[in-house]
Design a protein around this ligand. Structure first.
Ligand code: GRF
Length: 210
């Protein structure tokens, strides 16, 4: 009986690993931590941050997920972060409110495996400095009738790369940037875990083999 049990365990494939990069509050990271906490095939393996005050670090610790901090010099001028990320064997790296440009060495080490979530409908309202309330203030200032989210793969430039998913929401005439941010964040929290799950299951069963 015991032997039978062991064989079943050995037959289970190891889980897919998500590595999160986050610079701030980490509410999107929290959604990933929640969604995959008891998932049979996918786990959040680690969370990396450039910000010692990022609440995202605490969220990871609450879920007993390793939380790693790095500084600018280590990130851009050494291979320490690369080695640490590699040690978690990531199948997908998710930038969830990560504010620094990802260096080329990470892109090369994980081709097509790094995605970002942006709180607007790219290609508008993206690029350097377009984060947090700056994005929503710009959308309101332009009088846009709608905003939304873009989940996309990343390349060497801020907020570029192939779109994976866009979802829209209305912009109301009475909106403050905070109102709009809250509406957009609801979309982020709903769709980010679903997209991550879909991408990882497509890795398992590549579309062209179906
Ligand atoms: C989100 O709006 C995300 O789209 C953007 O930064 C914000 C991060 O929020 N990239 P949080 O830290 O996940 O709460």
């Amino acid at each position: 009986m015991q032997l039978h049990f062991k064989l079943i365990l050995l037959a289970q494939p190891d889980k897919k690993n998500i590595v999160i990069f986050a610079s701030g509050s980490g509410s999107n990271a929290q959604r990933l931590l929640e969604h995959f906490e008891h998932h049979p095939g996918i786990r959040v393996a680690a969370l990396f941050s450039n910000n010692p005050n990022a609440y995202a670090l605490k969220r990871a610790e609450t879920y007993q997920v390793p939380a790693l901090l790095f500084n600018r010099d280590t990130f851009y001028n050494s291979d320490k972060v690369l080695e640490q990320v590699k040690s978690f064997n990531p199948d997908l790296i998710v930038l969830a409110g990560f504010l620094w440009l990802v260096p080329a060495y990470l892109l090369q080490a994980f081709p097509n495996k790094i995605i970002n979530i942006h709180p607007a409908l790219l290609p508008k309202y993206g690029g350097k400095g377009m984060h947090g309330q700056h994005v929503h203030a710009a959308v309101l200032a332009a009088g846009e009738p709608e905003s939304g989210i873009t989940i996309h793969s990343i390349d060497e430039e801020y907020d570029k790369g192939e779109f994976i998913l866009q979802k829209r929401c209305p912009v109301l005439p009475t909106d403050t940037p905070e109102d709009l941010a809250a509406r957009v964040l609801q979309l982020e929290h709903k769709y980010l875990p679903l997209v991550v799950e879909r991408l990882l299951s497509e890795q398992e069963h590549p579309k062209n083999l179906r």
